[in-house]
Design a binder for this molecule. Structure first.
Ligand code: 5GP
Ligand code: MG
Length: 191
């Protein structure tokens, strides 16, 4: 696996530091939200909605920075089937988590790329009328979005418009376990 790495874009240490910062900011904002409504932080009104499969590693680290009682409801979206490195349009697989009405929802995704995934998930969740909706992504690519989509509220790192893997992100199902965000050597994409 290590042989396939071309360049490290974000180191393990940088990810750890930044995820902790994002977690603290998110925790503070959610706690303010709960306080404004007069809810205790153990009211269980926060729901994290990670988008599968790319956000699994990120959300596992992020949620442990959040001290309030919360639940997790995953949503599965497919946009890069198989060996493709370009978005083919987002489609939902399976069902959305139910009972988001009146709750404080945080969508968590690995990367904001064309914007299609987040624009779709946002729309579907807004239809359930949550009390608040936030979007937190680890990475944001520096490029024009293919569809109109609001910017995420929390962004870990802005990166160039390159195909990256690691820390949950895959190519053809592999490299999710690589602990850094890296680009792949051309040859790794052809065998
Ligand atoms: P969007 O719908 O914004 O184009 O794409 C979002 C999804 O495409 C992400 O959740 C991610 O799964 C996948 N994606 C976008 N860019 C990359 C990339 O550089 N590497 C990998 N592995 N997946 C990406
Ligand atoms: Mg994804």
């Amino acid at each position: 696996m290590v042989r396939d790495v071309d360049r490290v874009l974000v180191s393990r240490q940088a990810i750890a530091v930044r995820v902790r910062e994002l977690g603290r900011r998110l925790a503070r904002d959610l706690e303010n939200e709960l306080a404004r409504e007069g809810h205790a932080d153990d009211a269980g009104r926060v729901v994290l909605v990670p988008i599968l499969t790319g956000s699994i590693v990120f959300v596992a680290d992020l949620l442990r920075e959040l001290p309030m009682k919360l639940s997790v409801g995953v949503v599965a979206i497919s946009s890069y089937p198989g060996r493709s490195v370009e978005s083919k349009g987002a489609a939902i697989r399976g069902e959305l988590p139910p009972n988001l009405a009146g709750r404080h929802v945080v969508i968590v995704d690995d990367i904001f790329d064309s914007g299609q995934t987040l624009s779709l998930v946002r729309r579907l969740i807004e239809a359930q009328r949550p009390a608040s909706l936030r979007v937190c992504v680890l990475l944001r690519k520096d490029k024009p979005r293919a569809v109109p989509c609001p910017e995420p509220d929390y962004v870990g790192f802005d990166i160039p418009d390159e195909f990256v893997v690691g820390y949950g992100l895959d190519f053809d199902g592999y490299y999710r376990n690589h602990p850094e965000i890296v680009s792949l050597r051309g040859a790794a994409r052809t065998h």
